[in-house]
Design a protein around this ligand. Structure first.
Ligand code: SAM
Length: 183
C-alpha cells in the first residue's frame, strides 16, 4: 500500500496482461514510456520481461518519488509537458477515464477523472503523443465504456491513428477496453 498513489485495480491488471502478450518476442531494446505510471505496475511488468529502457511519468509527485526509489527513471509531468523531445517505440497509458462525479473525493479524482465527459484528458494525450512516437511506434491505451469510447475513437482517427481492440473485459458497471494505436 502506498498512500496517495493509485493502487492497481482491474483496469491495471487488464492492461498489464495485454502488455505481457504484446511484448512477447519483441526486441528488448525498445524505448518504453509508461504515462500515468502510478504504482508503476505497467513499468514493472515491462522490467520483469527484461525490457530496460523504461521511462515513467506521472502528475502525482508521490508516485514519482516512489518510482524513483524503485530505481525507475521518473518524470513529474502533466502528460508530455516535462518530457524532453524524444521518440518512444511503445507508450503505455492507463489514464483517468471516468466522467466528473461530484460524489468522488477530490484527492482521488486525479487518478480517475478524465474531465467532465470522461474523455478529455485521453484525447489531449493522443494529441501530444503523436510527437513522441517513433515511426513504427505503438500506443497501448485503456479506457472504458464510461469514457465515451465513440468520441475517443473518432478523435483518434481524426489525429491519424489506426486502432485495434486488443482486449476487453466486462465489469459490473462498465466495460474496459485496451486498444493498440498506430500512426
Ligand atoms: C488509473 S491510474 C493508473 C495507474 C497505473 N498506471 C496503473 O495502471 O495502475 C491513472 C494515473 O494517471 C496519473 N495522471 C492523471 N492525470 C495525469 C496527467 N495529466 N499527466 C500524467 N499523469 C496523470 C494519475 O496520477 C494516476 O497515477
Amino acid at each position: 500500500m502506498h498512500p496517495g498513489i493509485y493502487e492497481p485495480e482491474k483496469d491495471s491488471y487488464l492492461l498489464s496482461e495485454t502488455i505481457k502478450e504484446f511484448l512477447k518476442n519483441r526486441n528488448k531494446r525498445i524505448k518504453i514510456l509508461d504515462m500515468g505510471s502510478g504504482s508503476g505496475i505497467q513499468a514493472k511488468t515491462c522490467k520483469e520481461l527484461g525490457f530496460e529502457s523504461i521511462t515513467t511519468a506521472d502528475i502525482n509527485p508521490e508516485a514519482i518519488s516512489y518510482l524513483k526509489k524503485q530505481g525507475f527513471k521518473s518524470i513529474k509531468s502533466d502528460l508530455f509537458s516535462k518530457i524532453n523531445k524524444q521518440m518512444f517505440d511503445l507508450i503505455i497509458f492507463n489514464p483517468p477515464y471516468l466522467p466528473e462525479d461530484d460524489l468522488e473525493p477530490d484527492d482521488s479524482k486525479i487518478a480517475t477523472t478524465a474531465g467532465n465527459q470522461g474523455y478529455e484528458l485521453i484525447v489531449n494525450f493522443l494529441k501530444q503523443a503523436k510527437f513522441f512516437l517513433n515511426k513504427e511506434g505503438i500506443i497501448l491505451l485503456l479506457f472504458s465504456s464510461l469514457s465515451k469510447p465513440e468520441i475517443i475513437k473518432k478523435q483518434a482517427k481524426k489525429l491519424g491513428y489506426s486502432l485495434i481492440l486488443l482486449k476487453k473485459e466486462k465489469l459490473f458497471f462498465e466495460e474496459l477496453y485496451v486498444y493498440q494505436l498506430k500512426l
